[in-house]
Design a protein. Structure first.
Length: 873
């Protein structure tokens, strides 16, 4: 660089003999004295002398040079603003030093962490002085400034430009070029451009010998991170050994700690958690940066927690605390214990583990008492606030969050603390205090990173709640306007506007809700959300079951808001309410028009479903099936439609077509289990119907058995299982015609249904009747004593149901439908056995249980008595 060359020449002059010094004039002597102090690193004195030189010799041709060194000394001495200002003010008189001025202006901005300004000045330097000896350093400086802001696309743009100083000198093997390749590789890695990262790594390999240890470590670290990004964790582990060695050569505890941290991550990704923990434990507590040590502590705890070794995780942290209580990270161990315990306390299904929560609070309290000046004080108070909040101690949580907000360094954590101050006050019904806290957070909106701007939206939403609780409509409108302006696609806009009225609706108080909405119309007649308010008014009528007024409200709304985005929803609601008002034919027309006008609207599926139900209920199964087919299978309603399409096909005796619908449901992973169960039942029923009219009756019944078994297997503990067993028994009973071995399967199914824990009294009645039917079927193929024995067996099963007292469990009542069925079948078998007295008694009991059919029973009783007389009884 020109300035360094000149300084070297200047110092050479300073080393000349006595006579040269004597010969020098006052101007030269003054400059040489300042330069000597600059060489000795006396920055403040050098700056003073160069300043005096400019004052005393304003016409000297060396004034630009003196100003430059004065500014450089100031910047080097930490007086960044003064040095930058000096160079900027005198830039117009810099002459041949202008590129030096620009370089140090950029350097000063960089040191002052004003990275956008630094990047701009570096860029200007390259553009205006492409041949400057600073151009390469400026190019690297600009890229580094963008990297500090994680603007990786700009880093690549700067360094990959073929006309950039870096690319023009990319073949050189100096340290600056190596740094450029490192930056380029890191930028590509951040954008997952793996091939470009590899190219950068390859370019760095031959330069490793000229790199200082720390830069060489960065090269190896980049290579390991590339392996990690590509999922090559084994290669990352192997190369991490070299990384650890390079860190040791550098003598940096920080690099050693980061090497072990990466090694641990690679082991963890490979599925070797114990090796990961071992690597993290090699981080030396006395040399590692506190933040890396804290990461190691937290990661060890996280791994052990993931392994279910909770106590070991706690033990490791407690062990560190007990062993290194005087180390910088000792307070972090307590904080980690507190934060992990807090997460553990509230992590399981929303259930708070009180004892773990208490332990978390104790860790935070210990940190605050033991380390009153800890930089983690704010984090500890934040955790303490969360513990108190979770315990419902809102007054104390408000104080803890407020104290945390004053002590936290991280802007996001401060925002969270302030937000929870508001929430705590809101829970205490201190609405004014809550509103004040939320407003303080909202005022800090521009300071928050984009990732936490959602917190501001939440604060605005809560502000609406607090303001409405105070009936402070001005504050509510102010918060609402900000929600709509700042978060047009956010969650809170419509909820904030309609919140109060919908709250009344949720409490089943539609009259008060409607009053609030009508008040809102008066207060905010020009609000952009007025259409939603009027839709909410229609919903209040729906809540009251006043379908006619609801329909009228929707009609009026659609006449006013003809192009509103909610128009489809209003049309749908009007059609639905028309149906509920009893005008189903008119509703059919409205739903049909709806699906024609908005075929892709999310509500079209429900409209098609309603149309299908209408046709099904009116016996038009062809149209019903067509409507159900138009409901896309993207959510549960679609599978319900498939179910009804199958039932429609069955209703028109297209059982094959029905089975295809049910099969689709059964094979679809997204189909809810309860619908799969019903599909399996329906499929079984379809095969039973097919069996009645099919030449391969045995095959169809076998298919039916498979489907009913499938229904049971889909949810073995479900209440439907006994029903499935009944249907299986019925199928095997029919299959008995093709081989008596099937009767044994039928008996097994019926008996399983009877003993099943989910079997209702109706199921048990039905199953016992099934046992009787099997016995009768078997009797048909026997004669003599064998037949009589089987008929008596059947009679016994029927009487078990008919004489139901012994069949009932505590609290149960008999199912008279099946009792009647059992009685009729018992009487029929008794007649076959010519047990006429029993026949008469059975019919008399039926007459008592079911007096509505008295005439029928009297006829049968008379017939039984006649048979007794004929038999001489």
């Amino acid at each position: 660089m020109r300035c360094l060359i000149r300084m070297a020449l200047l110092l050479l002059v300073l080393g000349c003999g006595q006579r040269a010094a004597i010969a020098a004039n006052a101007e030269t002597r003054a400059f040489e004295a300042a330069a000597k102090k600059f060489q000795l690193g006396q920055w403040e004195l050098a700056a003073q002398d160069f300043s005096a030189f400019v004052t005393n010799f304003p016409d000297s041709p060396r004034v630009p040079e003196a100003i430059f060194y004065q500014a450089e000394a100031a910047i080097t001495n930490g007086q960044l603003v003064e040095g930058i200002s000096l160079l900027q003010t005198n830039l117009n008189r810099a002459g041949e030093w202008e590129d030096d001025y620009l370089f140090w202006i950029a350097h000063g901005h960089f040191q002052n962490t004003n990275y956008p300004a630094a990047a701009k000045v570096f860029s200007d330097l390259i553009l205006r002085f492409p041949e400057s000896p600073h151009s390469l350093d400026a190019c690297i400086g600009e890229a580094t400034a963008h990297a500090r802001r994680e603007d990786w696309a700009r880093v690549v743009e700067v360094l990959a430009n073929p006309r950039s100083p870096f690319q023009l000198r990319a073949g050189e093997t100096n340290e600056t070029v190596a740094l450029g390749y490192l930056l380029l590789g890191e930028a590509h890695l951040a954008q997952t451009n793996h091939s470009e990262v590899l190219a950068a790594v390859e370019a760095l390999r031959p330069r490793a010998r000229i790199m200082p240890p720390e830069l060489d470590w960065r090269r190896a670290y980049l290579e390991c991170r590339l392996y990690m990004s590509e999922g090559k964790y084994r290669e990352a582990v192997l190369n991490s050994t070299n990384l650890v060695s390079l860190a040791a050569v550098s003598g940096s505890g920080r690099l050693g700690a980061e090497s072990r941290a990466l090694q641990a991550e690679a082991f963890e990704r490979l599925g070797f958690p114990d090796e990961a923990v071992s690597a993290l434990k090699l981080i030396e507590p006395t040399n590692a940066p506190p933040e890396t040590l804290r990461f190691a502590l937290m990661k060890i705890a996280e791994i052990r927690l993931a392994q279910g070794r909770v106590q070991e995780a706690i033990t490791n942290l407690l062990s560190f605390w007990n062993q290194y209580s005087n180390q910088p990270a000792a307070d972090m161990a307590l904080l980690a214990l507190g934060e992990l315990s807090l997460k553990q306390a509230v992590a399981t299904n929303g259930v708070v583990h009180t004892n773990v929560l208490t332990q978390a609070a104790e860790y935070f309290e210990t940190l605050l008492k033991t380390f009153p000046s800890s930089p983690l004080d704010g984090r500890a108070r934040l955790g303490q606030g969360w513990c108190l909040w979770t315990q419902g101690r809102y007054a104390e949580s408000a104080d803890a969050f407020a104290a945390a907000e004053k002590r936290l360094d991280d802007v996001e954590d401060r925002a969270v603390a302030l937000f929870k101050v508001g929430d705590s006050r809101l829970m205490l019904k201190d609405h004014a205090g809550a509103l004040e806290a939320y407003r303080s957070l909202i005022d800090q909106r521009t300071k928050l990173p984009d990732s936490r701007r959602d917190l501001v939206e939440l604060a605005l939403y809560q502000s609406v709640r607090a303001a409405l609780a105070q009936t402070n409509m001005a504050a509510a409108e102010d918060a609402l306007r900000k929600i709509l302006d700042w978060y047009p696609n956010g969650f809170a806009g419509d909820r904030s506007l309609l919140m109060v009225g919908e709250g009344y609706l949720e409490q089943r108080d539609p009259a008060r809700a409607r009053t609030r909405f009508e008040e809102f119309e008066q207060l905010f007649p020009s609000s952009a959300l007025l259409p939603e308010v009027r839709l909410a008014i229609a919903r209040t009528y729906e809540e009251q079951g006043d379908w006619e007024n609801a329909v009228a409200s929707y009609d009026t709304w659609m006449q006013v808001f003809t192009n509103h985005a909610e128009l489809p929803r209003a049309h749908f609601a009007r059609a639905w309410d028309t149906a509920r008002a009893g005008r189903e034919a008119e509703a059919l027309t409205l739903f049909t028009n709806f699906v024609a006008r908005w075929p892709t609207n999310e509500l079209s599926a429900e409209a098609h479903f309603w149309i299908g139900n209408y046709h099904f209920s009116h016996g038009d199964f062809v149209r019903a099936e067509e409507a159900y087919q138009k409901v896309q299978i993207s959510r549960e309603l679609g599978f319900q439609a498939q179910m009804w399409a199958g039932l429609s096909a069955m209703a028109r005796l297209d059982c094959r077509g029905a089975v295809s619908y049910f099969d689709k449901m059964l094979e679809a992973p997204a189909c809810p289990r309860h619908l799969k169960v019903e599909a399996a039942f329906a499929s079984g029923d379809a095969y039973v119907i097919l069996a009645s009219a099919h030449t391969n009756r045995q095959g169809q019944l076998t298919q039916a058995v498979q489907q009913f078994r499938r229904a049971a297997e889909l949810n073995p503990a479900g209440p439907h299982v006994p029903r499935a067993l009944i249907r299986i028994g019925e199928c095997f009973r029919e299959l008995g015609a093709f081989g008596e071995e099937h009767y044994a399967e039928a008996l097994k199914a019926y008996e399983s249904a009877i003993t099943h824990s989910n079997a209702t009294v109706s199921i048990r009645h039905q199953a016992r009747i099934g046992l009787g039917l099997v016995a009768e079927r078997k009797a048909e193929k026997k004669s003599g004593a064998e037949q009589t024995a089987l008929l008596k067996e059947a009679l016994g099963h029927y009487l078990d149901v008919f004489v139901f007292e012994g069949e009932l469990r505590d609290g149960e009542r008999p199912d008279l439908l099946w009792v009647k069925e059992a009685g009729l079948k018992a009487a029929a078998v008794a007649e076959r056995l010519q047990q006429w007295q029993s026949v008469e008694k059975i019919y008399r009991e039926l007459q008592r249980l079911l007096p509505s059919a008295a005439a029928t029973w009297e006829t049968r009783i008379a017939n039984a008595r006649a048979k007794q007389q004929q038999a001489g009884m």
